[in-house]
Design a protein around this ligand. Structure first.
Ligand SMILES: Nc1ncnc2c1ncn2[C@@H]1O[C@H](COP(=O)(O)OP(=O)(O)OP(=O)(O)O)[C@@H](O)[C@H]1O
Length: 309
């Protein structure tokens, strides 16, 4: 079987999903070695947080970078690849073995690793847009406030309990909803228009539709439409109403609520009066001032389809 992959590097995060990912590396490597031309495939394990950025940025003579891990390792590899000139940017492929795997879901990669490898081997590269917030790139999600607090809380909770996925996000979600329903004052300028002041409980800027282990916060977000979809939940929202909206968001049914504002943008400037909890692709982000811009069709990914159900 021939693929269009060329020289292929697998970057594997052995600590993803509380270390369960480590046991998958040999399985994936064995499977792919058997299907790719001799000497065209090698594996590198990450040794520390941030390592995948360096590996992806510095890989020489590589045409395709595959990652094995969660949204964090996808985020890091994408940042490494985006630091390279566009004409020397390998294609990205994802084998999901993380806890949330929102990006893999958005590009239609199955979560079972053998199926993921078969799917990747059968598909051609497709271009996706990449977002940038200050000096960081992101492929799926950027959010501030309650939902970011939930995403960050899941990391702590997962280490304690070993739980993962939607169940974990639900557990963190209800805890944050009951105890940290905070409001953040913001000033927002969309596409160089007028600056508008507002208050938010959650503020999401999505490239793809998912965050938080499959919550469809912006159901219409498309990875290849050259624009961000925004979802802003405005106060006042009581605890019961917030819990209801949270459950609705699992299937993207929250968007018609009167407290929820949906927007589209290709660039935005966002200032908060105090530092909110913030995440991008599930990784913590710090600060109060955020410039967000779009890089249309900047990265090629191995994807059978976009925005899988
Ligand atoms: N060898 C390593 N040692 C410690 N941390 C690492 C190592 N390699 C990567 N990391 C860090 O692990 C974190 C989590 O990685 P990843 O997202 O792949 O798994 P996950 O958290 O289980 O999945 P998800 O993000 O989908 O919930 C990232 O912040 C990454 O920087």
């Amino acid at each position: 079987m021939t693929t269009s992959w060329g020289n292929t590097l697998l970057i594997a995060n052995p600590v993803a999903q509380n270390g369960r990912s480590a046991s998958l590396v040999d399985r994936v490597a064995g499977l792919l070695r058997g299907r790719l031309p001799r000497d065209s495939f090698r594996v590198e394990l990450t040794k520390r947080a941030g390592h995948a950025v360096d590996i992806a940025r510095e890989a020489q003579g590589v045409d395709t970078v595959l990652v094995l891990g969660g949204d964090g390792i996808v985020h890091e590899a994408a940042n490494g690849l985006m630091a390279r000139p566009a004409d020397d940017r390998p294609v990205l492929g994802v084998i999901a073995s993380g806890s949330g795997n929102d990006f893999a879901k958005a590009i239609g990669i199955p979560f079972e690793v053998e199926q993921a490898c078969e799917t990747l081997l059968a598909c051609e590269p497709r271009s996706i847009d990449v977002g940038q917030v200050n000096d960081r790139f992101f492929v799926e999600t950027l959010s501030f406030g309650l939902d970011a607090a939930i995403a960050l809380d899941t990391v702590v909770r997962r280490k304690k309990t070993g739980r993962t996925g939607t169940a974990l996000y639900m557990e963190s979600g209800f805890d944050q909803l009951l105890h940290h329903l905070d409001t953040f004052d913001y000033a927002l300028r969309v596409d160089n228009g007028e600056t508008k002041l507002g208050q938010s409980i959650t503020f999401a800027v999505q490239n793809g539709p998912y965050y938080g282990g499959g919550f469809k916060v912006c159901p219409d977000a498309q990875l290849d439409d050259g624009a961000f979809d925004l979802c802003i939940a405005h106060p006042p929202i009581g605890v019961l109403r917030a819990c209801w909206l949270f459950l609705q968001a699992k299937d993207g049914r929250h968007t018609k609520s009167r407290q929820v504002e949906m927007l589209r943008a290709t660039s935005l400037h966002l200032e908060f009066s105090e530092e909110p909890p913030a995440q991008t692709d599930g990784e913590r982000l710090r600060g109060t001032s955020f410039d967000v811009r779009m890089h249309p069709s900047a990265l090629r990914v191995l994807a059978p389809r976009f925005n899988a159900e």
